[in-house]
Write a protein that binds this ligand. Sequence first.
Ligand code: F6P
Length: 540
Amino acid sequence: MTSKRHSGAFTDPKTQALLQKSNTRLASQPLGELMAESGRFEACSRRFEDLLLDFSRVHLDGEALALLLDAAAASDVAGRRDALFAGEHVNATEDRPALHMALRTPEVLEAVGGEEAGRVREAMARMFDFAATLGQGELPGSPGEPVTDLVHVGIGGSLLGTQLVCDALDEGDSRLRVHFLGSVDAIRRERLMAKLDPASTAVVLVSKSFSTGDTLLHGRRLRAWLEASLGEERAHRRLFAVTSQVERAGAFGIAPERLLYFSDWVGGRYSLWSPVSLTAAALIGPDRFRELLEGAASMDRHFREAPLADNLPVLSALVGVWHRNVCDYPAWGCMPYDQRLKLLPAYLQQLIMESNGKSVRADGEPSGLATAAVVFGETGTEAQHSVFQALHQGSDIVPLNFVAVARPDHDDQEAQDELLANLLAQLTALAAGRDAEATRAQLGDLDEAMVRQRSFAGGRPSELFLLDALTPAALGRLLACYEHKVFVESVLWNINAFDQWGVELGKTLAPGIQSALAGGDVEAGQGLEGLLAEIARLRK
Ligand code: F6P
């Protein structure tokens, strides 16, 4: 790999022009050729503890990577990272820090200091107590009262991370059954209530704002369901809340001793490290949940201390901006080759698209740059049998992020080999493709039209995260790595990764429309008259 150094912030037109020049230069060297170069894997992979990042199938060489690293340095990625960890108000539009790392890295919490750090420590300690009690099948605060089922109610960041941790790390040995309710759609809740016994069910309402309609409506229905069968006093002992708005939860009827607080400087999509994950800690056990936090803390240290060129979140972010801003690819797919990570794409959709789906810079000026790609994903090999046709031969190139686990927690070596063989085959097929000559050589006598149908252009890039094993610590490292990658991308794009104003407009329109659905006046100018009339007709 050659390495010439240039400098300039990522948004600088000169830097963009240099990166484009590199891209044009690389166009004459197929990705299949580049990835087969000797020493390519060593040059384009980095390990941190049990997590390997392999970006040898990204269409980059040493010169292009050096340009990206210079752009990162000139964009003050290191300075912005230090400001993040120091608790500066990096979330400028909400005038607050983004300190989710304080939940897992003790030195960051020490830097927060004061009364707030004490509140956080107390809430985390209580979360671990509650989790231990629930895990033993008992109701926290009411010794001897049984809990067989825990219903977690929450949406977005108040659901996706916790649910992912449960799915990924559940070893199937807990006496507790956990259930999740997100969308306000009542169907799942009604079916769940029909099969649960209120006398052995606990409900945890998780909402940072404690004003999210979906969560509060489920909460009201579940409270009424518990009350109808147990009476008010016994019912309320089975209701818990996790929120940063303690007064609102109190007004809902949650007693202070059943309320777990988290700070408003923990963004919803960054909150899985907080008491938001009570359900996960109860299911997998407090010790394994602590290991998850420690794994994430080790990634925090790596992110702060490793040089940019060896820093996993930084490198993955540079790959991200190369694909988005230089190659102009509009989408990004996450393909975990481990069924326990089936919910990873859904979690990443929110993390990436809610954090970095912005068109206005942190200083309020239009960005002018492409920001977050459209995120989607599915587990391999299921994805191979559904969406991979387009990824191999479709008209758009979609960079992929593969995640795999070397040592599975089962003894079926043949199944694991088949899974990993499929993964490695996809990586190669996407990147190298199969030209017409190779197609003819492999498939024999085909006419030219059929040769075109059966050929693969290749040049489809991917990066791979390979975990030694899916331990709680490794999952913590992986998820924290994604969080920091998203942050680095936001620095390069000069946007605020921690607000989410784009979700507000729809929320303000919904109440008026709801009253129209209930027979009230239809507001003119929304173009909804026809649909509302049709819905009213169908409901009659
Ligand atoms: O509407 C978006 C959002 O605010 C997310 O940012 C958040 O994770 C989710 O809704 C749930 O919000 P809350 O935890 O306040 O109920």
